[in-house]
Design a protein around this ligand. Structure first.
Ligand code: 5GP
Ligand code: MN
Length: 330
């Protein structure tokens, strides 16, 4: 694995950077991208953020969020890029179509916290003990020069950390996570305002969709697995968009005695996205791997082709087999 010394050298010796993250951008992806963008600007470098998809509205409160580009902007000339930095992407597929733009660029810095990372970069920094890539970027900034940290960067890193830890509730939280969050709070950020922006700006259509989704809630006989389903019809009927699905699976996870929760949803391009969450020791990253997906031990996903009912049946019967084998039903 590369170290901060090597990464810092590449940052110092080059001038034009492209920063990217994964499809279905989340708080860790965008928070880490913007934090690194601000650092590069402070180091007098040219940096551009490019993701496959448009920034979810949820993150429009972040500083300079209007400067985040997406593929259809057509704003990138690969000839003008020296270095690509991919954040929070365990493999090239997760980068999405953006990869086509820079696949011929030699220097790719891969910074991630997924255990399953495939080390696709020319430099790879993967720390699966970090709660979020935000935590790693914080450490990288401290390594380069701790005076670089300011309120804008702290807001982005705090967002990355709270979203990837479920507001400090997941098992990926360590004493280091709290130390970093505490240090970020010294930089005039207001954690409650960040939390309000992320959690208290639901839309009417989003809450209606949540209501529809909850009507589909099912549990297995022993009550340790719960699942929800969201169809295109439900999105159409409630006037909600795909971004508003974010967070709905977490409600299914709150059920007492539930160890594993699942959300099955139809995507715009006729695929079925399956999200998994685990409250205990069941490793959903490993389980999602059976369907060519991945993620973390407590939060993972996969994308399947086929009919919704058939995929539900396949995934659930595979899961019921596993939990029986592992003794969850006793
Ligand atoms: P979500 O269910 O919120 O989309 O994703 C939860 C976690 O699973 C994220 O950390 C993400 O990296 C991972 N994940 C989601 N979908 C996929 C997928 O199709 N493939 C892989 N490798 N990881 C995924
Ligand atoms: Mn992450």
């Amino acid at each position: 694995m590369s170290n901060f010394d090597e990464i810092t050298k590449v940052l110092q010796e080059n001038n034009n950077f492209l920063i990217t993250s994964h499809i279905n951008l989340d708080g860790d992806g965008i928070g880490s991208e913007l934090a690194l963008y601000f650092i590069l600007k402070k180091l007098h470098k040219k940096a551009i953020i490019l993701n496959q998809n448009r920034l979810p509205k949820l993150y429009d409160f972040l500083p300079d969020s209007d400067k985040v580009h997406y593929l259809e902007d057509n704003c990138i000339n690969p000839k003008n890029i020296d270095v690509v930095i991919a954040l929070d992407c365990s493999n090239i597929k997760r980068i999405g179509k953006t990869y086509e733009i820079f696949k011929n660029i030699k220097t790719i810095i891969n910074i991630d916290h997924h255990k399953s990372n495939e080390n696709y970069g020319s430099l790879n920094y993967v720390d699966s003990s970090a709660s979020s890539v935000g935590e790693i970027i914080y450490e990288l900034i401290n390594f380069i020069d701790s005076d670089l940290l300011d309120d804008k960067i702290s807001t982005c890193l705090f967002t990355a950390i709270i979203t990837d830890t479920g507001s400090f509730r997941y098992s990926n939280v360590s004493s280091k996570t709290f130390e970093i969050a505490s240090h970020l709070t010294c930089h005039r950020i207001k954690p409650h305002l960040i939390a309000n922006n992320i959690y208290n700006r639901n839309t009417y259509s989003g809450l209606k969709l949540l209501g529809e989704a909850l009507l589909t809630l099912e549990i297995n006989e022993s009550g340790c697995v719960s699942w929800l389903t969201i169809t295109r019809k439900m999105l159409n009927d409630t006037n909600a968009n795909d971004e508003e699905i974010e967070g709905i699976i977490d409600i299914a996870t709150t059920l007492n005695n539930v160890e594993i929760s699942i959300l099955f949803r139809e995507t715009k391009d006729n695929k079925i996205k399956v999200s998994f969450r685990s409250k205990g020791n069941f490793d959903v990253n490993k389980f999602a791997g059976k369907f060519k997906g991945g993620g973390h031990p407590n939060a993972a996903g996969c994308l399947c082709s086929g009919k919704l009912d058939e995929i539900k049946e396949n995934v659930l019967s595979e899961l019921f087999g596993d939990i029986k084998y592992l003794g969850y039903e006793n």
